[in-house]
Write a protein that binds this ligand. Structure first.
Ligand SMILES: NC(=O)c1ccc[n+]([C@@H]2O[C@H](COP(=O)([O-])OP(=O)(O)OC[C@H]3O[C@@H](n4cnc5c(N)ncnc54)[C@H](O)[C@@H]3O)[C@@H](O)[C@H]2O)c1
Length: 432
């Protein structure tokens, strides 16, 4: 039997909404607070979720008795026993994480001085040492009674609800066993082991995990480049390498590089953190530059094939940083579109879910409702996101809509032989 708690979640984004909805599903009474009035307005209208995350709308609707949404920080914390911090921690110009939103939550707690608040748990990804600084700030204002927990989140967009309910591990960083027990109890009903450790280590687990995942992606992309030079096929290589139980098959997919709201920013934040303490994190430097080069390398190959990119019409198939999300943050497509426009190309794009982006480079690109329409009249098409719709496309037919049948498969999702049989000049990453 779950001991129901009153929980306030700060941040109604990808992490906050999933955390709020899943905690409500586990039986807790949850109030989600955001500063974005449009998000709160939508959430209060049953069924309207301001982000795309599979299953989230249904989960919120099913738990509507236990979920409320508010703009008012004091209302959110007034009766809370647990506060979860799920606000964004974007990069500053120095690469360090911007913690101003996290501190705004701490400020709101100090102002409200909630009497029942037992635990402040931070899910936002923060530099190591943040927990200790928050602890000091709470102590200095007489809030020693509030316990602190670093409870980093490892869910992936597109599978976040399943990941929350069936995690590989729940990392709970605290300075005492009683707090760890309280956070563990809150997760009763979640199927996964709890790793109770100290606060700085918990903060580091999140950064180290993302940096290692980014490293695997950069590594296989480097292998792909060597495959291109030597005649090996990175798909076959990755499949056989991944069968080694010491290595595992995940994140060994060559492509246009990683993007999204986490890997690029967290890799830079870890690098900045190391640099701030006088240590140059060489490996991470290499990972970041490999990833920055990856889409540019693809465009160079395309340019060689077309002779020039100037006045060429290029179709971008996919805009989001991966399939299954509407998230465009740090998507490789943005670099590709910017570079193409800078070279004087025309960009015609398609994506089934991407949010409509008004800013550059997307304000200079034409968006089409289908891959076929984006490819009409194009001199080349680039598969940027591994949307499953692309696998089922009638490629032999769409080829005839293009001015030139040049296809750059930036995610290695199509079969080279079939594409060539369909009449395409087919290029991909690390395949002969
Ligand atoms: N997106 C992911 O898949 C993911 C995975 C693991 C960890 N994280 C980490 O979780 C954190 C949140 O990420 P996200 O993707 O959900 O961000 P997001 O931008 O989607 O959501 C953050 C929300 O916090 C709100 N906010 C800002 N200041 C606030 C305040 N003072 N009070 C209440 N709400 C406030 C914003 O308006 C926004 O709606 C980040 O630190 C991120 O690194 C994200």
């Amino acid at each position: 039997m779950v001991q129901s708690k009153r929980v306030a979640v700060f941040g109604a984004g990808y992490i906050g909404l999933v955390t709020g909805a899943c905690l409500a599903e586990l039986g807790h009474d949850v109030t989600v607070r955001d500063i974005d009035s449009e998000k709160i307005r939508l959430l209060r209208t049953v069924g309207e979720v301001p982000i795309y995350e599979p299953g989230l709308g249904d989960l919120i609707a099913q738990n509507k008795e236990r979920l409320t949404f508010t703009l008012d920080a004091a209302e959110a914390v007034r009766d809370a026993e647990v506060v979860y911090v799920c606000v964004d921690t974007p990069p500053t110009s120095s690469g360090d994480a911007d913690l101003s939103r996290v501190w705004a939550v701490i400020h709101a707690i100090r102002e409200a001085n909630p009497q029942d608040l037992a635990v402040l748990a931070v899910k936002s990804t923060v530099p190591v040492g943040t927990g200790e600084r928050i602890r000091t700030a709470l102590d200095e204002t007489g809030l020693q009674r509030i316990r602190y927990a670093a409870n980093p989140e490892f869910t992936a967009e597109g599978t976040a609800i399943h990941d929350f309910m069936h995690p590989d591990r729940i990392v709970v960083g605290t300075s005492d066993e009683a707090t760890a027990r309280l956070v563990t109890e809150l997760h009763q009903g979640v199927h996964g082991p709890v790793e109770a450790i100290d606060i700085p280590s918990a903060e580091m687990v999140k950064l180290a995990s993302n940096a290692l995942l980014a490293t695997k992606i950069a590594f296989i992309n480097e292998i792909a480049t060597v495959c291109e030079a030597t005649g090996a096929d990175v798909q076959s290589v990755a499949a056989a390498v991944g069968m080694d139980h010491r290595l595992g098959p995940h994140f060994l997919r060559a492509g246009l590089g990683y993007g999204g709201s986490c890997f690029p920013k967290d890799a830079r934040a870890l690098r900045a953190m190391a640099s701030n303490s006088g240590y140059p994190f060489q490996l991470l430097n290499a990972v970041i530059s490999v990833n920055e080069l990856q889409p540019r390398r693809a465009l160079l190959r395309l340019k060689n094939e077309l002779g020039t990119l100037k006045r060429r019409k290029i179709a971008l198939l996919g805009m989001t940083f991966k399939a299954g999300t509407d998230d465009m943050r740090e998507a490789p497509s943005t670099i590709i579109a910017s570079r193409l426009l800078a070279e004087g190309a025309q960009v015609q794009c398609w994506d089934p879910l991407a949010r409509s982006a008004q800013e550059a480079p997307w304000n200079a690109a034409a968006r089409h409702p289908s891959p076929a329409e984006a490819m009409t009249g194009a001199d080349a098409a680039i598969v940027v996101t591994e949307w499953p719709q692309l696998k089922d496309l009638d490629w032999a037919t769409v080829r005839h809509l293009m001015s030139r049948p040049v296809l750059f498969d930036g995610r290695n999702v199509l079969d080279p032989q079939s594409m060539r049989a369909a009449g395409f000049t087919y290029m991909s990453i690390g395949r002969p």
